[in-house]
Design a protein around this ligand. Structure first.
Ligand SMILES: [Zn+2]
Length: 228
């Protein structure tokens, strides 16, 4: 995607002053125009650049003059808020992101403190220097323990959904103290909690682990012509 940005200038205010006599043509009427440069991203004004500038011109003969009045009109002109649109949008986006993060984090703490059957966790473990991720799912809840089953696959990065060949292995059950779940979350070993996920999610799939096929030496038979 091309990121279009750059500088533009806009007249932010115009004043017509009929109290000033033109030194050139003796008529009354002077126009003061205040300009502001701004930075734009996709033509959305993002923030003003540099100082305001002013030009004055006689409405009759186009002669320019009157420094004092120019400075006065320049000083009373404020930069309009719309020149900050992009910056405001950007800050708003960051605020929305932070609020979203805080809400998710609060929900995660709440879900781990009150586990429910079928809650899915994304677990992280440190293995040597690298981190591995896998899913686990609550199958049963006792007074102070939960029974978890693990996902078949391990991942080398944070993910939010199972790979197309992943599923929960339902014949290996791990018991964990409820109080440990909280510790796991605090230590970053539980990275995400999924609850009320869609019925079509892969989180619904549970299978037993396929039997490990023992390694059998492979014999090669010479090609034979069959039925001859
Ligand atoms: Zn004039």
């Amino acid at each position: 995607m091309i990121f279009i940005h750059g500088k533009r200038e806009i007249r932010i205010k115009k004043y017509d002053d009929y109290h000033i006599k033109c030194a050139n043509c003796d008529s009354y009427g002077q126009r003061f125009s205040v300009y502001q440069k701004y930075f734009h991203v996709f033509w959305i004004p993002t923030f003003p650049l540099g100082k305001k500038t002013i030009q004055s011109v006689c409405l009759n003969c186009n002669d320019t003059f009157n420094e004092e009045q120019k400075n006065y009109y320049l000083s009373i002109t404020r930069r309009p808020i719309y020149l900050y649109t992009g910056l405001i949008l950007f800050v708003g986006l960051i605020i929305a992101f932070v609020i979203g993060y805080v809400i998710t984090q609060k929900q995660r703490i709440e879900h781990v403190a009150n586990p429910k059957i079928n809650d899915v966790y994304l677990n992280r473990e440190n293995e040597n220097d690298s981190k591995i991720y896998y899913f686990s799912k609550i199958k049963n809840i006792d007074v102070d323990t939960v029974e978890l089953i693990h996902g078949h696959l391990q991942y080398n990065r944070f993910i939010s959904a199972m790979n197309d060949s992943d599923y929960f292995v339902n014949d290996e059950i791990y018991k964990v103290l409820k109080s440990d779940l909280k510790n796991f979350l605090e230590k970053g070993l539980i990275k995400a909690v999924k609850r009320d996920y869609d019925k079509s999610s892969r989180f619904m799939i549970e299978k037993s682990r396929p039997p490990v096929i023992p390694f059998l030496p492979c014999f090669e038979y010479p090609n034979q012509e069959i039925n001859k």
